[in-house]
Design a protein around this ligand. Structure first.
Ligand code: SF4
Length: 361
């Protein structure tokens, strides 16, 4: 991780700690969603609203290339990538395409499908629950609902003489009593209990905060809501008395289902926006100068969805390999053995030929 990246990560962390607690916008949003989903008509769609939604989708079907201005373009959701990955992605290097675990394909498809329905549901809320629906979708200048392709923006920025672009298709821009709010939605497939445990402990994910920081820069909106939904739901009826369900797996407590939806109200500061722009300018510089940055241990925390793993490993110098092997050994004998950072590093090293790195021992 570059110093700039480390600084941004620290800022994101501060933001999530500061912002995840106070205002009740998040609670109000959850209350609106709950009122809608508890409503007896929430399973039925209104023809007119549904038609507007799908007609908008149809209008935007198709591939829309970026302008050919030669600039590095960062997608808002890709603003937390490791520096090496950015260089590979913007070079002649082809992304590695290999078969994945089948369930992961189903999981990705589940996430994509659910956001469509969340947007369609939000469009129905005024009709179903009337004034309780204070969060609605804003409209674009063209009169379309402000989400996905209809709201897509790409803007060019310059920092220290380095030009680059950022683009985003937000999950939505909400209107709340005349105020615009960014809206991002994430599904969690780790299970209800794991999702709540992680969000209670760490708050919103730092890379999701980077994404909404990028959107904040593009849309000039500095507040919003990050919504997490567990794809596992509480047991249909209470499982509190069910002896076959272990205590740690119970999905009800005190007569109520545990939350499967969690919302975080965030505020993006000028400092967060500046840090992100500076980080991206630095990454763009690496691309323009065709410089592959040195491997670091921190980078291995970002490998899970990287499509350049093979290239990355094949470009490691003997020195870098030795550094990683040595770090792995230190982790293995420390109190961090088997923990998150150690696991990431071990995973990165798992299919590598390390003979060269260890032959001197
Ligand atoms: S494999 Fe990991 S370290 Fe290498 S480019 Fe991808 S994310 Fe970065």
């Amino acid at each position: 991780m570059t110093n700039a990246n480390a600084r941004s990560a620290a800022n994101s962390l501060r933001a999530q700690l500061e912002e995840s607690n106070p205002p009740d916008l998040a609670q109000e949003f959850i209350a609106q969603l709950d009122a809608y989903y508890a409503h007896p008509s929430s399973s039925f769609y209104d023809n007119k609203i549904e038609r507007l939604f799908y007609e908008q989708k149809l209008r935007h079907l198709g591939f829309k290339p970026y302008p050919k201005d030669g600039l590095v373009t960062f997608g808002a959701s890709g603003t937390d990538m490791c520096d090496r990955q950015i260089v590979f992605k913007n070079s002649e290097t082809k992304a590695e395409k290999s078969e994945d675990e089948a369930f992961r394909g189903r999981q990705r498809r589940q996430g994509t499908a659910i956001i469509d329905f969340v947007q369609l549901d939000i469009l129905h809320m005024k009709k179903r629950i009337g004034d309780k629906a204070e969060f609605t979708f804003a409209k674009t200048d063209e009169g379309e609902f402000a989400f996905e392709d209809a709201a897509q923006v790409r803007k060019v920025f310059e920092r220290s003489g380095i030009k680059f672009a950022i683009t985003a298709k937000p999950d939505g821009i909400l209107d709340y009593r005349g105020q615009q709010l960014l809206f991002e939605y994430k599904t969690k497939a780790t299970g209800l209990i794991a999702m709540n445990g992680k969000l209670d402990f760490k708050g919103a994910d730092s890379h999701h905060l980077r994404q909404v920081t990028a959107e904040s820069i593009l849309f000039g909106i500095n507040e919003g809501i990050l919504l997490y939904e567990s794809t596992e739901k509480p047991s249909w009826f209470s499982d509190e008395e069910n002896k076959s369900v272990p205590k740690t797996r119970k999905t009800w407590a005190d007569g109520k289902p545990k939350p499967d939806l969690r919302a975080f109200h965030f505020k993006i500061t000028d400092e967060m926006r500046e840090d992100l722009l500076n980080d991206l300018a630095e990454q763009a510089r690496l691309v323009y100068e065709k410089t592959l940055p040195k491997m670091t241990i921190e980078m291995t925390g970002k490998c899970a969805f990287c499509a350049f793993k093979g290239h990355c490993k094949s470009q490691l110098t003997a020195e870098e390999k030795a550094m990683l092997v040595e770090a792995e050994r230190r982790y293995a004998t420390s109190s961090l053995a088997g923990k998150y950072d150690h696991k990431n590093l071990r995973e990165y090293l798992s299919d590598m030929d390390l003979e060269e790195a260890t032959e001197d021992e």
